[in-house]
Design a protein around this ligand. Sequence first.
Ligand SMILES: Cc1cc2nc3c(=O)[nH]c(=O)nc-3n(C[C@H](O)[C@H](O)[C@H](O)COP(=O)(O)OP(=O)(O)OC[C@H]3O[C@@H](n4cnc5c(N)ncnc54)[C@H](O)[C@@H]3O)c2cc1C
Ligand SMILES: NC(=O)c1ccc[n+]([C@@H]2O[C@H](COP(=O)([O-])OP(=O)(O)OC[C@H]3O[C@@H](n4cnc5c(N)ncnc54)[C@H](O)[C@@H]3O)[C@@H](O)[C@H]2O)c1
Length: 498
Amino acid sequence: MKYDIVIIGSGPAGHKAAIAASKLGKRVAIIERNFRGMGGVCLHKGTIPSKTMREAILYLTGYRHRDVYSKWYRRKRRITMQDLRLKLADVAEHELEIIHDQLERNGVEIFIGEAQFVSPHEVAVDGETGRKILYGDHILVATGTKPSRPPHIPFDGKTIFDSDEIIDLKEIPRSMIVVGGGVIGIEYAIMFATLGVEVTVLDGREHLLEFCDREIIDALIHHARSLGMVFRMGEEVVGIERFSDTMAAVQTESGKRLVADSVLYTVGRVGDADELNFQAAGLEPDERGRLWCNEEHQTWVPHIYGAGDIVGFPALASVSMEQGRRVVCNAFNEPFEAFDLMPYGLFTIPEISMVGKTEQQLTEEHIPYEVGAARYREIARGQISGDRDGMLKILFHRETLKILGIHAIGESATEIVHIGQTVMSLDGTIEYFRNAVFNYPTMAECYKVAAFDAFEKMSLDRLFEESQLTKANTDSPAETEAEEVNQAELDEPEAVEV
Ligand SMILES: Cc1cc2nc3c(=O)[nH]c(=O)nc-3n(C[C@H](O)[C@H](O)[C@H](O)COP(=O)(O)OP(=O)(O)OC[C@H]3O[C@@H](n4cnc5c(N)ncnc54)[C@H](O)[C@@H]3O)c2cc1C
Ligand SMILES: NC(=O)c1ccc[n+]([C@@H]2O[C@H](COP(=O)([O-])OP(=O)(O)OC[C@H]3O[C@@H](n4cnc5c(N)ncnc54)[C@H](O)[C@@H]3O)[C@@H](O)[C@H]2O)c1
């Protein structure tokens, strides 16, 4: 069977690439391991389940309004894993249906089975009805990643588990050690701490989530500690042992041993490439199973492309979708236009979002910047939403007033960041936020308040500059000379008239 493009993997990258190619009138095949896996890790193990679970936790614990209604207003006293999974199944079912319908409507041919290269242009699919060989003028590898599972870690899916297995836990544990404080580790750690689980996070690095703004992460850590979470940074985990059936001990390189009744092991993900037989296509994955590609997403073999998590950074669903579209435009010589700015949304509790540079980066790069900040406690919508601790920071250039970065923590942070992203993409300045009118009461008001704060700081700064100018004028050499002469005159003994 001959196709214009054969796509391996139906996650965000593969799915969006397939739709984009079919819109160009191309003959498209997409391969996925099993029908219920359509939508990829994103829909079944990663983004969607974790975010749905988070939402269920916020709802069932009454988290958003705990300050006003107190903990007795929890919607459910004893929350179970089944409760958390209830919504998850519902969301996954709907999303799966949407993806399947979209592909079918657009005439994309779906093949269910394990894909494997047999030559640079041919992919074999081993499915229920036997082996089929698909020929592609172009081939896209969008097979994503799986959790890193080193052989010395005794995973059992119950006491010691990875982030794919966590959603299938039978019970909510009483205590949990999270090994790896990356995005996945921290998102799950805070979710379970919100449920009342005693959580300890271990990470080999000295600082948590180093790519984020430090002030924002400090606020996150402060909140996490208020939930009883413990952070042990700079601790390399060297071994984990299960004992007494339901307990596990974690050993660190520094000699510490920590015990809990569950361990979430999440130290990164590796490319899902084992089954692909890359050699037959003339490709080779790196040591983490990732596939190298250039900016146009072409691998060493020009008609084979890579997109999504299999190509590494930034490994986000949002970006994977764009990469899929980009591959199709490049393959079929269509112009591709996109903004470079990429937002990050961390669905911690509270959530965090950012776009552009951090204060640390701007300082390192010696860029003169100023900060306008708004605290949710000053915003009516913050009070209404039950979040008085959130904040939004706008970083902007002191001279050009151009926006350089937006950082937010708190309710709706992952949504409101897009307002700043848009203004940044269009080369806007902080003046925009001072002059714009936003719906009231909304979280968007943060931008206005932050802009006023910025202009307040700028006016203080101007006062300082003016004072320096005045000082410089009074200290100017001509005046100093004149002053000296006057002083000399004053010092001259008075002439005595005889
Ligand atoms: C816990 C967690 C939370 C996350 N949260 C977020 C978030 O909030 N926001 C965000 O933007 N990103 C998030 N991500 C990242 C996001 O899920 C990924 O960036 C995204 O899923 C990558 O999409 P993809 O298209 O590369 O492939 P994937 O979604 O990984 O899908 C790849 C598909 O390829 C299939 N496949 C692999 N090999 C074969 C083969 N040989 N034959 C047939 N099929 C094959 C797999 O079965 C799978 O269905 C999260 C990830 C995890 C793990
Ligand atoms: N909201 C989101 O956008 C979101 C959410 C979840 C995941 N993701 C994506 O998934 C990707 C994978 O996330 P991740 O958290 O698995 O990986 P990661 O690489 O971000 O984090 C792994 C962490 O484990 C630590 N670590 C590694 N080995 C260790 C050891 N032996 N002992 C102690 N600590 C150790 C590392 O220092 C690192 O901090 C991310 O890159 C991210 O893009 C995104």
